[in-house]
Structures are given as structure tokens and as C-alpha cells.
Write a protein that binds this ligand. Structure first.
Ligand code: SF4
Ligand code: SF4
Length: 389
């Protein structure tokens, strides 16, 4: 593909990278066959090839339009299209840069987007509003928002860690607020193995929420705060138990090219599966048949496959495969709230595939997937580490 950049964009370095990525596309359309939104709609403009074509138009005219904004807002950024591409097009990067350009041109945000951008990165504020939201839940018209408020807030155990641990345990924003039992369980797994870990007193959001919504500068400022607050030694590792955060944390060097310590930070990040694989566990749950619903941010974003399944299998669970396991469940960050109709259609497909194999429990590796699947399934939906003793 050849792209003629609009004169107003010619001097922007990020645009040159974006064009190089777009020009790798040979229009074969292999990516459409794995794209959940294309599969759902059959519409070329709701698939990766059509989206790339629309972004090309943005670069040529330096002007956004309704078709492009609609198409990108309906993209899950699941990145299922990347492994399917014979030309190695990194579609996720194209979508992300295009969202930044659109956000520069139009400052319009829906009320819900503004609420999410202001609250989610701050666990204290988030919990307060969540509590208020639950009082008014019966009066909220949006089914998706009502459902998102269905989990009762729990009293979180304070995790202290030690000051000199070489393992840094991140708690996340939504996870800290809504599933604090996951990090508490992880802390216990580490403590019982005498692994000394530290927690960060003022952990910032990893930046993924702002990235998804095109707010590059806000994301970079959250990332910079993390790099400066989390001082790491050469042997330290940073553990993330939410794959949606891990995928962003691992790319801090790309997002913060001017920050000296961003590369060593990114190199130190491990998904919890990559770290726990060196240990043995006993079963902590009576379940026998387990399905692991691998989040897109783990299997496509971090390209981690098979580790969780291997740990669970050798712990004594029967890990059962299910159809279309590479497809997004519809959660996708804030997608389930901002694109509820499409998100629910994707979830229906996922639920049908999961229930067909009759598991005792469904486990996942990201808080967003867990919370979105939970109300729609009759079996428990847990973080996979909760199955380990
Ligand atoms: S990221 Fe996911 S939804 Fe978006 S174009 Fe790629 S496969 Fe489709
Ligand atoms: S598979 Fe790759 S090269 Fe083919 S249309 Fe999709 S992005 Fe372009």
C-alpha cells in the first residue's frame, strides 16, 4: 500500500512509523477471518483491512470522519488480527496512533467516557463512586452499567510486603477495587514460598485506559509516575496479575522513549504465569474440569500461550479446550460499557462455547474478562491463581 501523507502531518515522527506499518499491508484480508467485529457484522469497515484503509485516509487528508471514528470505536483492540497477518502488520500500533491523532483533532468525549477516564485510574475515587452507583443501581437505565455495578465491594486485606524484596507486586486499579482477593491470594502464594516482595505505596494506573481512549499524554504521565516511583534493581521483577495491565507495562520503553529508566522497567515486568511457572502447587479448589479463558491481552498482546494451562494441569486440574478460544469475550477494557450491544453479542458467543464443554469453573487472567463473564455464567469465574494453594 502507498500512502501520501498530508503536508500538515509530514514532520511528525509517529506518523512516519504509522505509514511504514500501513504500507506493509497487502490487502489479502486474512485478518478479517479472525476479527470478531468483522465476523459479527460482515462489514469490511468493521474489520482490520477496512480500518487500515480508513486510517490511511486520515493520514492523507489530516482529517477525521464519522466512518473512521465509528470503525475504530468498535474495534476491540484485541489484536487477534496480528498473528493472522502474513506481512507482519502490527495493527494494534496503527489503531493506537490513529486514536491519538483523532483525539488531537476532536476533544469531544461522551459523559461515560469522561467518568471512566476520571475515575478508573484512581482506586479510591473509583470505589467511592462505585459505592454510590450501587445505591442508585435500580434506577440506572443502562443494562450494561447496572451489570457492571453488580459486584459487592469487599473489604480489602492490606498487603504490606517487605521493604527490601526483589519482587514488586502491582495491585492495579480496577482489580484493587473490585477483586482485591486476587492480589491477596497472590501475596499468600508468595509468602508461603518465602519470596520477599514489595508493594508500591502510590501505584499509578498503568496507562492502558487512557491509551485505549486516545489520551496519549495522560497515559504517558501515568507511566512516567510509575517509572519514577518504582525503583528497580538489576535482578528485580515486577509482577502483574492483570494481563490488561501487563501488556501495557511491558511496552513502557515504546511509550516513553525519552525516559531513561523506562526500558529497564519494561524488561522487569512479568505476567504472573511467567513467574509462578517455576513453582509447584496443590489444588485449592474442588473443581475438576477447568476452562482457561485466555484474555486477548495475554494470548495476542503478550503472546503467552500454554503456561497457565501447564501449571493448572500439573496441579491436578483437567484443563479442557473450547472452541474459538482466540476470540475476544467482549470485555476489552471499557468496550463492554461503551459498545454494549456488540460486547454482549460477543459475550453470548463466548458463553455458548464455554458452556458447551460443561466446566466446573472458568478461570481467566484479567479482571475485566472476569467481571464481564461472571454475571452471564452459572459456574464460578475466578482468576486462575485462585485455583492454586
Ligand atoms: S484488534 Fe480485534 S477487533 Fe480490532 S481489527 Fe484486530 S481483530 Fe478486529
Ligand atoms: S492480513 Fe495483514 S496484509 Fe492482509 S489485509 Fe490484513 S493487515 Fe493487510
Amino acid at each position: 500500500m502507498r500512502t501520501m501523507i498530508a503536508p500538515t502531518l509530514k514532520n511528525e515522527e509517529a506518523v512516519q512509523d504509522l505509514v511504514a506499518e500501513i504500507n506493509k499491508c497487502v490487502h489479502c484480508g486474512f485478518c478479517n477471518s479472525v476479527c470478531p467485529t468483522y465476523q459479527l457484522t460482515g462489514n469490511e469497515l468493521q474489520g482490520p483491512r477496512g480500518r487500515i484503509y480508513l486510517v490511511k485516509g486520515l493520514l492523507e487528508r489530516d482529517d477525521t470522519n464519522e466512518a473512521l471514528e465509528d470503525s475504530l470505536s468498535k474495534c476491540l483492540t484485541c489484536r487477534a488480527c496480528e498473528p493472522a497477518c502474513p506481512s507482519g502488520v502490527r495493527y494494534g500500533k496503527i489503531a493506537e496512533e490513529a486514536r491519538f491523532l483523532i483525539a488531537n483533532q476532536s476533544s469531544h468525549r461522551s459523559f461515560l467516557q469522561r467518568v471512566l477516564l476520571n475515575l478508573i485510574p484512581n482506586p479510591t475515587k473509583f470505589k467511592q463512586l462505585y459505592r454510590v452507583g450501587r445505591w442508585f443501581r435500580p434506577f440506572i437505565l443502562s443494562k450494561s452499567v447496572r451489570e457492571a455495578l453488580s459486584r459487592k465491594l469487599q473489604v480489602a486485606t492490606t498487603i504490606t510486603g517487605t521493604e527490601e524484596g526483589t519482587v514488586i507486586l502491582l495491585q492495579g486499579c480496577v482489580q484493587q477495587a473490585l477483586t482485591p482477593e486476587v492480589v491477596a491470594h497472590l501475596a499468600t502464594l508468595l509468602e508461603t514460598r518465602e519470596i520477599r516482595f514489595r508493594v508500591v505505596s502510590q501505584e499509578s494506573c498503568c496507562g492502558s485506559l487512557n491509551l485505549h481512549l486516545g489520551e496519549k499524554e495522560a497515559a504517558q504521565s501515568e507511566m512516567t509516575a510509575n517509572v519514577s516511583q518504582i525503583r528497580i534493581g538489576s535482578d528485580d521483577v515486577i509482577l502483574s496479575s492483570a494481563s490488561g495491565c501487563g501488556v501495557t507495562l511491558k511496552e513502557y520503553d515504546r511509550y516513553l522513549p525519552q525516559v531513561a529508566d523506562a526500558s529497564s522497567f519494561a524488561r522487569a515486568v512479568r505476567d504472573i504465569s511467567e513467574y509462578l511457572v517455576q513453582y509447584e502447587f496443590k489444588k485449592a479448589h474442588k473443581a475438576e474440569r477447568v476452562v482457561f479463558q485466555s484474555p486477548c491481552t495475554l494470548q495476542h498482546g503478550q503472546q503467552i500461550s500454554g503456561i497457565v494451562e501447564a501449571i493448572l494441569t500439573r496441579t491436578g486440574y483437567e484443563v479442557i479446550p473450547y472452541r474459538d478460544a482466540s476470540q475476544c469475550c467482549g470485555s476489552a477494557g471499557t468496550y463492554s460499557l461503551l459498545q454494549p450491544k456488540q460486547a454482549r453479542a460477543l459475550r453470548d458467543k463466548k458463553i455458548s462455547a464455554l458452556t458447551d464443554v460443561a466446566p466446573d469453573v472458568v478461570v481467566t487472567a484479567n479482571v475485566g474478562c472476569q467481571l464481564f463473564l461472571e454475571p452471564a455464567l452459572d459456574v464460578p469465574v475466578l482468576h486462575w491463581i485462585e485455583l492454586l494453594e
